[in-house]
Design a protein around this ligand. Structure first.
Ligand SMILES: C[S@@+](CC[C@H](N)C(=O)[O-])C[C@H]1O[C@@H](n2cnc3c(N)ncnc32)[C@H](O)[C@@H]1O
Length: 234
């Protein structure tokens, strides 16, 4: 029997996201059939009113970061992302739209420790790639007492019928999607396998408990194709 070492997540992130930044906003909207926008609205609604310092980890091209900045114009929003190509798109958008409450930092979410006493830390589509141990330990140090953590990502549907539809949908992306967006071929082929194996929700809940977070909630969205986990720093 051959045992394959799991691929380091940094390599996966590099393969998924180099050369895909320019079409990311279109792809995330098309491939989730617009649900990404609803999921981000749900994340926004979970950010406690009056949050002044908000960190958006793996901010990518800034879709969520700029929505937060728009909703909370007097707050300070910091976005962090490991992929320069994505971050520079976020920077251009922030500049073009005249946001002066947004700062964007290049770096790995698990390694960037900011001394800000954040009211809230968000992320969308980071958890499945992340080293949850260091991510959550750092989130604990960066949040103020009572600060909120909101983590969203894709999940594999638990219901068998929905899982079949989900599998079929990826087959469509692998045939038609790759013709229209060849730069996304690797993601269309590899993301399904990655998500089938991902256990980020249960691992995250355990890690939050170990780090003494409280009020932990898990909300599955859109037939179990994504989930939002929220928690508070005790
Ligand atoms: C699918 S995009 C999501 C972007 C954005 N959060 C959104 O919802 O539109 C995933 C992003 O995660 C970033 N990323 C993945 N692992 C990371 C890590 N460990 N630290 C920081 N960024 C990371 C990638 O560079 C990419 O920009």
């Amino acid at each position: 029997m051959i045992f394959r070492e799991p691929e380091p997540s940094a390599d996966i992130v590099q393969r998924f996201f180099s050369g895909t930044g320019a079409s990311y906003d279109q792809i995330v909207n098309l491939c989730t059939i617009g649900f990404d926008s609803l999921w981000k609205k749900r994340i926004l609604s979970q950010i406690p009113q009056g949050s002044i310092r908000i960190l958006d980890q793996a901010c990518g091209t800034g879709i969520l970061t700029l929505k937060i900045a728009q909703k909370y114009p007097s707050s300070q929003i910091i976005g962090v992302d490991i992929t320069e190509e994505y971050l520079s798109i976020a920077k251009c958008k922030a500049e073009e739209r005249g946001f002066n409450n947004v700062e964007l930092i290049l770096g790995k979410a698990e390694e960037i420790l900011l001394d800000c006493a954040f009211d809230c830390i968000t992320s969308s589509y980071l958890a499945k790639y992340a080293d949850l141990g260091s991510l959550i330990a750092n989130a604990r140090s960066m949040l103020r007492d009572g600060g909120s953590l909101i983590i969203h990502d894709f999940t594999y549907p638990a219901n068998q019928t929905f899982a079949l539809v989900w599998e079929f949908y990826f087959k469509v992306l692998q045939t038609i999607g790759k013709q229209c967006y060849p730069e996304w071929k690797t993601v269309f082929y590899e993301l399904p396998g990655f998500l089938r194996k991902a256990r980020w929700v249960s691992q995250l809940v355990k890690t939050l408990e170990t780090n003494r977070f409280v009020n932990i909630t898990v909300e599955y969205l859109t037939l179990g194709t994504s989930a939002i986990v929220t928690a508070k720093r005790a």
